[in-house]
Structures are given as structure tokens and as C-alpha cells.
Design a protein around this ligand. Structure first.
Ligand SMILES: C[S@@+](CC[C@H](N)C(=O)[O-])C[C@H]1O[C@@H](n2cnc3c(N)ncnc32)[C@H](O)[C@@H]1O
Length: 239
């Protein structure tokens, strides 16, 4: 893993081009999740990744870092908002020597994804962590699914939020995806894990359909694509 990762998680600071320090949390992923990504990418030999939402570049450092460590693979990061993050996502990729294997597309995902699709691009790992509204998350998933290889993996972040959880539930109930168990909470105290579950249950107490995602302390759901889309034109399962 890039040394930069260690430094940032220890100091809890990132730096802009002038050296000004900024706390990248809570906007950035927790270390446990980043490490789970790197492991998954290495174990499954996933070589072509995409993420929606670069921010300070922390998830990109883990994902592209895993490609670099293996010696092959490339990453695409989509984010129209680098200005809001002092361009630190791009700077961190350069600092870690990952800019040559990472393409940063500074447009909203609803523009970038159809363009990538029409270029015939394919991916085997995708991280959805951009605009967290339901419709944006679902549109991200829609296009990613069209470009994701069977056997590839898509991760929905922030399933503590109903909008993201619903988009993930749509995929789980209506599409050919299977949940991949991940442990991203090593070191998180038991009472924090319990609080996460309770918060999800309280925020939406009457929906039992998404219970499996409420009962996990993981902040994400990881899904493996098991088949291309083969639904009848009128298929629909409540989610
Ligand atoms: C939670 S942050 C991403 C954090 C990053 N994945 C990490 O863990 O280090 C969300 C990012 O989504 C970006 N974003 C917002 N709307 C977007 C859109 N329509 N398309 C792509 N990215 C978007 C924001 O600019 C922000 O950088």
C-alpha cells in the first residue's frame, strides 16, 4: 500500500498544493473499508476499477494502490467537485505515484458513465460513493451494471442512509447480484457497531424488506454480479 495512506490515517490530515492541512474525515472512507477493497481486488484479481466520488482520493489510493502493488490494472475516478476538495484527490494520486494508472473524469457521473459506456469500456470493480440521493445512486448503478463483467463486484457506500440502502436493495431484489460478505469493522468498538444498527432500525422502523442491510454494522454492501440482465420486460420486485 502507498506509504501516503499510512501517513494520512495516522495524522488524520491531507494537504493541498500549498501545504495547508485539512481533515479528510468523515468525507473519506474508513481505513478498514479501504483495506477490504484492496484485499478483494487482490484476491479476485480485479484489474479494471471505477469509483464515483473521488473527494480527497482516499478510496482511490486503496483501489489504485492495489493495482500498482500487483503490477497491473487501472482505475477511473469520476467527480465533478475537485474544487471543493482543493484538488487534493488528484494531488494525492500524484503523490502516491498512481496518477499514471488513474483517469480522473471531472464531470457528474450521469455524464461520465454514458460516455464510458459508448466507448465500450468494461469494469470488474465499482465503488458507488458520489451523490447519495436515491435517483443519482440508482443511475450510477444502472450504468455501472451495463459495463460490469459477470463475476465483477459493485459496492454501495453509506447504506446507513435510506436512499443508498434502497438503491442497493433494488439491485439485490431485482437483479442478478449476490452479496459478498466483507468485514470492514475490525477495531470498531462493539457499542459503535450496535449504535449503527440501532440508528438504521430507528430511522425506518416499518420497512422489513431492507432488514438484512439494517442488521449489519458494515457501512457498505458488496455485491457480485452473477449474470447479465435477463429480466422479462415487465419484471418488478418490491425492494
Ligand atoms: C463521500 S465523498 C467521496 C469519498 C471518497 N470515495 C473516499 O472515500 O475517499 C462524495 C464525492 O461525490 C462527489 N459527487 C457529488 N455529486 C457527484 C456526481 N453527480 N457525480 C460524481 N461525483 C459526485 C463529491 O464531489 C464528493 O467528492
Amino acid at each position: 500500500m502507498p506509504e501516503l495512506i499510512d501517513k494520512i490515517y495516522k495524522e488524520r490530515q491531507v494537504h493541498d498544493a500549498d501545504g495547508k492541512a485539512i481533515n479528510p474525515f468523515p468525507a473519506s472512507i474508513r481505513r478498514g473499508l479501504g483495506e477490504a477493497f484492496a484485499e478483494l481486488i487482490a484476491e479476485r484479481n480485479l484489474t479494471s476499477s471505477i469509483e464515483i466520488g473521488l473527494a480527497y482520493g482516499m478510496s482511490a489510493l486503496f483501489i489504485a494502490g492495489a493495482h500498482k502493488q500487483r503490477g497491473n490494472g487501472s482505475h477511473v475516478a469520476v467527480d465533478p467537485g475537485q474544487d471543493n476538495y482543493h484538488n487534493i484527490g488528484k494531488l494525492n494520486l500524484e503523490r502516491a505515484g498512481l496518477d499514471s494508472i488513474t483517469e480522473v473524469l471531472e464531470v457528474p457521473s450521469y455524464e461520465a458513465l454514458p460516455a464510458l459506456l459508448s466507448e465500450g469500456r468494461r469494469f470488474d470493480f465499482a465503488f458507488i460513493d458520489g451523490m447519495h440521493l436515491f435517483d443519482f445512486t440508482l443511475v450510477d448503478f444502472f450504468y455501472i451494471d451495463l459495463m460490469l463483467d459477470v463475476g465483477g463486484v459493485v459496492v454501495f457506500d453509506d447504506i446507513g442512509m435510506k436512499a443508498c440502502r434502497s438503491a442497493a436493495m433494488y439491485a439485490m431484489k431485482n437483479r442478478s447480484y449476490e452479496r459478498v460478505p466483507v468485514k470492514t469493522t475490525a477495531g470498531v468498538p462493539i457499542h459503535v457497531k450496535a449504535a449503527r444498527v440501532v440508528r438504521k432500525l430507528i430511522s425506518d422502523p416499518f420497512s422489513l424488506r431492507d432488514l438484512p442491510l439494517k442488521l449489519t454494522a458494515e457501512g457498505v454492501v458488496v455485491l457480485e454480479k452473477t449474470a447479465d440482465d435477463n429480466r422479462a420486460y415487465d419484471h418488478h420486485k418490491l425492494f
